[in-house]
Design a protein around this ligand. Structure first.
Ligand code: UD1
Length: 379
């Protein structure tokens, strides 16, 4: 079986790593890794390849930044000849970034089978570019690997046939489980004993100058009672510079460069609270049992709220402050780890891919490993 993986942006790298590793242990499988180049800075891309043990990409499409249309179109036109030349049996796409949808579209038009890892998540907010990427990718993918039980219901409601959907668990947690012991803040300057860890990059928060100003003011206020560490996504740094938003760096609120996986995980593991608009970080906090306050109106990962430590505070800075105070008072929301977030999701994906390939090459219908146990083996 010839498997081609397409990744492009930071949150893809921790998802592809365990799947590639599990496939490499399977006889008769060859793999090709394509990096679209959507993220290209050393600290947004290269550092992850080194820390996650990923092989160097076989091909880099070097699409870089641009408008959504430009970025999506460049991935499509540059990926199409690669697919035609390499003739993969199946293409794996990950998450919800522009590279994910672009690759799925190319494959659908060439009638090359696609599997979507992290299928079925929905925020029900079509103002988010990622929601469009999720909806469309799931409509055209052939195999849908879901991370949580809610995802299957979303897909069925959208008319996706049940036999395409497989509840495998969360591959990002595979990476976390594997690397937690190596997480280290050795490379970081002095870290306070207690702190809030902040990440923000969603257009709804950082592309609106009034909103970004309100968030920075709120973080300044929080930093008077709890030091704040804020690694800045390049998009957020650009916006702060562009609008000349002053951040009063009183030693309590510290802006950092984007961090590597192991450094960020080390900070996350010991944070008093994480304040974020990222999707993946909500999930990592749930696994680690760290209180998470999500600065968004919604989440496509509701299991982090119903079962985990996540609280969606919206864009209301008073609510943010109140939730921080509640955590500092020792009254953080408790949480549990959702089913199949057990470090073995990528092994389940490999079993399914092998069964899928056998059924195609033998021309016979082979039952998938999850068929006999229902699509909710962990629930
Ligand atoms: C993308 C994904 C988002 C994901 C996020 C993680 C889409 C639609 N969005 O958003 O889902 O959560 O990645 O980081 O695909 N830039 C750099 N260096 C880089 C990469 C980006 O400076 O290595 C700058 C570029 O100037 C660009 C801006 O950051 O304009 C945004 O990058 P882009 O890839 O367009 O989207 P993200 O905001 O990173």
């Amino acid at each position: 079986m010839n498997v081609l993986h397409v990744v492009g942006a930071r949150p893809n790298f921790m998802k592809v790593a365990p799947v590639m590793a599990a496939l490499s242990r399977q006889a008769g499988v060859s793999q090709i890794l394509v990096h679209t180049g959507q993220h290209y800075d050393v600290n947004m891309s290269e550092v992850f390849f080194a820390q996650l043990g990923l092989p160097m990409p076989d091909i880099n499409l070097e699409v870089g930044s641009g408008s959504h249309a430009e970025q999506t179109a460049k991935v499509m036109t540059r990926l199409e000849p690669v697919i035609l030349e390499r003739k993969p049996d199946i293409v794996l796409v990950y998450g919800d970034v522009n590279s994910t949808l672009a690759a799925a579209l190319v494959c659908a038009k060439l009638a090359v089978p696609t599997a979507h890892v992290e299928a079925g998540l929905r925020s029900f907010d079509r103002g988010m570019p990622e929601e469009i990427n999720r909806l469309l990718t799931d409509q055209i993918a052939d195999l849908l690997f879901t991370p949580s039980a809610d995802a299957e219901g979303n897909l069925l409601r959208e008319g996706v046939p049940a036999e395409k959907i497989h509840f495998v668990g969360n591959v990002m947690i595979d990476t976390l489980v594997q690397l937690l012991a190596r997480a280290s803040r050795a490379g970081l300057a002095s870290v306070p004993r207690t702190y809030a860890l902040v990440t923000l990059h969603r257009p709804s928060n950082v592309d609106d100058p009034a909103m970004l100003r309100r968030i920075i003011e709120a973080l300044e206020t929080i930093s008077r009672e709890l030091p704040v560490l804020f690694p800045l996504h390049p998009r957020t740094r650009q916006r702060l510079d562009e609008w000349r938003i002053e951040v009063s760096l009183n030693g309590q609120l510290r802006l950092l460069e984007p961090l590597g996986y192991l450094e960020f995980l080390a900070l996350q593991r010991e944070a008093t609270v994480v304040i974020t608009d990222s999707g993946g970080i909500q999930e990592e906090c749930t696994y680690l049992g760290i209180p998470c306050l999500t600065l968004r109106e919604n989440t496509e990962r509701p299991v982090t709220v119903t079962m985990g430590t996540n609280v969606v505070v919206g864009r209301d800075m008073k609510r943010l402050q109140a939730e921080v105070d509640r955590i500092l008072a020792g009254k953080a929301k408790p949480g549990t780890v959702p089913p199949l977030w057990d470090g073995k999701a990528s092994e389940r994906i490999v079993d399914l891919l092998v069964a899928w390939h056998q059924s195609r090459t033998s021309g016979q219908k082979v039952s998938f490993p999850t068929d006999s146990t229902s699509s909710h083996p962990g629930s």
